[in-house]
Design a protein around this ligand. Structure first.
Ligand SMILES: *[C@@H]1O[C@H](CO)[C@@H](O)[C@H](O)[C@H]1NC(C)=O
Ligand SMILES: *[C@@H]1O[C@H](CO)[C@@H](O)[C@H](O)[C@H]1NC(C)=O
Ligand SMILES: *[C@@H]1O[C@H](CO)[C@@H](O)[C@H](O)[C@H]1NC(C)=O
Ligand SMILES: *[C@@H]1O[C@H](CO)[C@@H](O)[C@H](O)[C@H]1NC(C)=O
Length: 399
């Protein structure tokens, strides 16, 4: 908690026409360019490596087809809440649109006050320009209302909202905590021991009986190796086993946001039935290279099966960041499923990453020769807050 002081407006000579990663940096021009190019090329690489020829729609088409079917049952059974309450049930494609300049729109909280991961607390880390907070996502065919903490808490009153997945899931969970926490009091009610503390965190909003949790499960299914010890050379993944922790709590979850992706591209040894069934990006092991799309699909399917196996009505939201080439049609009648497709809007915002501002005052001693940068996560506050604006719309339209 903590009172939110509006952040200082940066000086813009004129309205920029697109989010400009370099705007307003008080840094040598070469650094600025380098930073912009680094994050931009990463974004492009991300899009290219994840998109088969045919582009974005082709990537997600099978997924959307699959969700269209369940969406109608979702509406008719009113799974996400009682009553219609006059909420318009139009569906809007939030994944298509553009960023429009809206000064101050994204200056919604103080990341330090809500204890975001220090590497994503860009303002505290000394990021000099804050123009990346002056943009609003404008979907192509509808409006996207600004985040409304009271509406969000009302939509999930008495419920347990869980973010399960990798650091992108945690990034969004911390954004949600800050967005809600800027308006309502909350308590930290659960956390792992110091070293692993951001692998599991739980907060409570007593005013609405809402619990918010984040679970570290970068492969959704059980994993070991590098995700739990960065000195290990590769990941160990057990495709037919759940874990590492969220499975035990799944029975208490009412809204589940599943977001996982980028870990699947790293060197990994995959297991099924206790046997090694293949590897990815790890030729030294002389095992079959199985790529990452089929394990990805299998892991998501396993997680979705778990969330539909206990008869509890819940809403599952898939955050799409990597290529979910879903096939087939697993059974999950009791579970309402939604897609939060943020790939495009995120890809268009290379300026919203911490870049070098994952560390405090990275240029205090001039421009270092080598510098660690983060072009994956979002600054908090930052573009990831928009994901939660979309999440609110997804949750409200089921009411
Ligand atoms: C399913 O979704 C796709 C993509 O949004 C849309 O083009 C299509 O018309 C939808 N199909 C049905 C049956 O609603
Ligand atoms: C953010 O909060 C921290 C700690 O609560 C405080 O020290 C800092 O001044 C605040 N920053 C702004 C811009 O309000
Ligand atoms: C992490 O892995 C390294 C290398 O295998 C090992 O030496 C170290 O003890 C492990 N650390 C923990 C906390 O398990
Ligand atoms: C993999 O195969 C190569 C070439 O046949 C061999 O030299 C190496 O020892 C093998 N590695 C393992 C882990 O079996």
């Amino acid at each position: 908690m903590g009172a939110f002081q509006p952040l200082q407006q940066h000086q813009h000579g004129q309205k920029p026409s697109t989010p400009n990663p370099a705007a307003g940096y008080f840094l040598p021009r070469t650094v600025v360019t380098w930073l912009a190019v680094a994050c931009l090329s990463l974004a492009l690489l991300h899009l290219l490596c994840c998109s088969p020829p045919g582009g974005h729609q082709a990537v997600f088409a099978p997924l959307f087809q699959y969700f269209n079917g369940t969406y109608s049952s979702y509406i008719s059974s009113g799974v996400a809440g009682a009553g219609g309450g006059g909420v318009e049930r139009s569906s809007c494609d939030y994944s298509e649109g553009r960023w429009v300049w809206a000064p101050g729109h994204a200056r919604r909280y103080n990341g330090t006050a809500c204890n975001v991961k220090p590497e994503q607390d860009c303002i505290r880390n000394g990021r000099p320009e804050t123009g990346y907070l002056d943009w609003r996502w404008q979907p192509a065919g509808c409006g996207l209302p600004a985040f409304d903490a009271a509406a969000f808490l009302a939509a999930v009153r008495g419920k347990h909202v869980a973010f399960v997945g990798d650091s992108m899931a945690r990034n969004q969970a911390e954004s949600l905590l800050c967005l809600l926490g800027a308006a309502f009091p909350y308590d930290l009610v659960g956390q792992d021991a110091e070293h692993y503390k951001r692998q599991f965190t739980r907060w409570a909003f007593p005013s609405h009986g809402v619990t918010l949790s984040t679970y570290w499960a970068p492969f959704l299914v059980r994993s070991g190796g590098k995700p739990f010890n960065y000195s290990m050379p590769y990941n160990l993944v057990y495709l037919d086993e759940l874990g590492n922790r969220w499975d035990a709590d799944a029975g208490t979850m009412d809204v589940v946001v599943l977001t996982a992706g980028h870990w699947f591209w790293n060197p990994t040894v995959y297991h099924r039935g206790g046997q090694v069934v293949g590897v990815h990006a790890h030729p030294e092991l002389n095992n079959t290279e199985i790529g990452f799309t089929s394990p990805y699909r299998e892991a998501f399917r396993k997680a979705l099966e778990r969330l539909s196996s206990d008869g509890r009505r819940r809403t599952v939201v898939l955050g799409t960041f990597a290529p979910p080439h879903f096939e087939g049609k697993p059974i999950f009648d009791p579970t309402a499923l939604e897609v939060q497709d943020v790939t495009k809007l995120a890809t268009m915002r290379p300026d919203g990453h911490p870049g070098p501002y994952m560390h405090r005052d990275p240029f205090a001693h001039g421009v270092p020769e080598r510098m660690q940068t983060d072009c994956l996560h979002s600054c908090l506050p930052g573009p990831v807050d928009t994901f939660n604006e979309i999440l609110l719309q997804i949750l409200s339209r089921g009411r």
